[in-house]
Design a binder for this molecule. Structure first.
Ligand SMILES: Nc1ncnc2c1ncn2[C@@H]1O[C@H](COP(=O)(O)OP(=O)(O)OP(=O)(O)O)[C@@H](O)[C@H]1O
Ligand SMILES: Cc1ncc(CO)c(N)n1
Length: 268
């Protein structure tokens, strides 16, 4: 292993800094991993919503990945907002070509504010191009319902959806429970053999902009450092829980989480 672990995020830019590339790089930094990025789209975004999106040409996405891989090297990679089926296909081709692994797929489709972040037939492109390459896929409940093409109303159905995503080719899946009602935020992990739940107290807050990005970036950072997948998820869960439970109160809408919180908690 290199002196410092290196992680790559392939995702969209969030001008407000709470989600997307910005959240990923902050998370990598906090977890002592050297962060690099290939930008897929530029969003004009704040805590109130997404005002505009500029999708980048797949060619420049491919070239960013080539530039990084052929020089600095990559110990783990994650994807976030991929914007279009063409970019999904291009990214999958590059992951294959450069044998990039471990690979964390965060199937970003809609922003916290409800704006569509992926055009076209997302289900088909995810299944065809990304699931077979994924070390782990990290859908929230809505994304899991959409990708598994079923309604999830209870814990048993969550397990069924996880099984479907494994059958589609993912090595492991974690269905996030951040949108659940209740006192705990419980995420269901499945690797095709064992189910495991990761639970933390739920914070009553509207400041959850970028929680999903932060969580998947933390998993990638820990995998880059050589953690096993369950260990990486446990650490990522602690990281995102700390970030959500120490409010920053920025902006007028769904504000960002606090990426310093984990470090501050560790010092205590
Ligand atoms: N209010 C909360 N309190 C504690 N943990 C939470 C809360 N909301 C989400 N989480 C946790 O944060 C992580 C991200 O989950 P979430 O379901 O919010 O992802 P997401 O919907 O993809 O995020 P995004 O809003 O960025 O799209 C999960 O581990 C989830 O359990
Ligand atoms: C760029 C970007 N990626 C992901 C999300 C999901 O939170 C977002 N709001 N913006």
């Amino acid at each position: 292993m290199n002196q410092i672990a290196r992680a790559l995020t392939i995702a969209g830019s969030d001008s407000s800094g709470g989600a997307g590339i910005q959240a990923d790089l902050k998370t990598f930094q906090e977890l002592h991993v050297f962060g690099m990025s290939a930008i897929t789209a530029i969003t004009a975004q704040n805590t109130l919503g997404v005002q505009d999106v500029l999708e980048l040409n797949p060619d420049i996405v491919a070239k960013q990945i080539d530039s990084i891989v052929t020089d600095l090297g990559v110990d783990a990679v994650k994807t976030g907002m991929l914007a279009s089926p063409e970019i999904i296909e291009t990214v999958a081709a590059k992951i294959n070509e450069h044998h990039l692994a471990p690979f964390v797929v965060d199937p970003v489709m809609v922003s916290t504010s409800g704006h569509l972040l992926l055009t076209g037939d997302a289900r088909t492109s995810f299944k065809k191009w990304l699931l077979p390459l994924a070390t782990v896929i990290t859908p929230n409940l809505h994304e899991a319902e959409y990708l598994a093409d079923m309604k999830i109303t209870n814990w048993e159905e969550r397990k069924q959806a996880a099984q479907i995503l494994i059958d589609e080719g993912a090595q492991a899946v974690i269905i996030k429970g951040g949108h659940d009602v209740g006192e705990k935020a419980v995420d269901l992990f499945y690797d095709g053999s064992n189910f495991q739940s990761f639970s933390a107290p739920k914070t009553d807050t509207k400041n959850t902009h970028g929680t999903g990005c932060t969580f998947s970036a933390a998993i990638a950072a820990q995998l880059a450092k050589g953690d096993s997948l369950p260990d990486a998820i446990a650490k990522a869960k602690a990281f995102v829980t700390a970030a959500i439970s120490h409010p920053l109160s920025l902006g007028k809408g769904n504000g960002p989480t606090n990426h310093w919180a984990y470090r501050q908690e560790e010092k205590k």
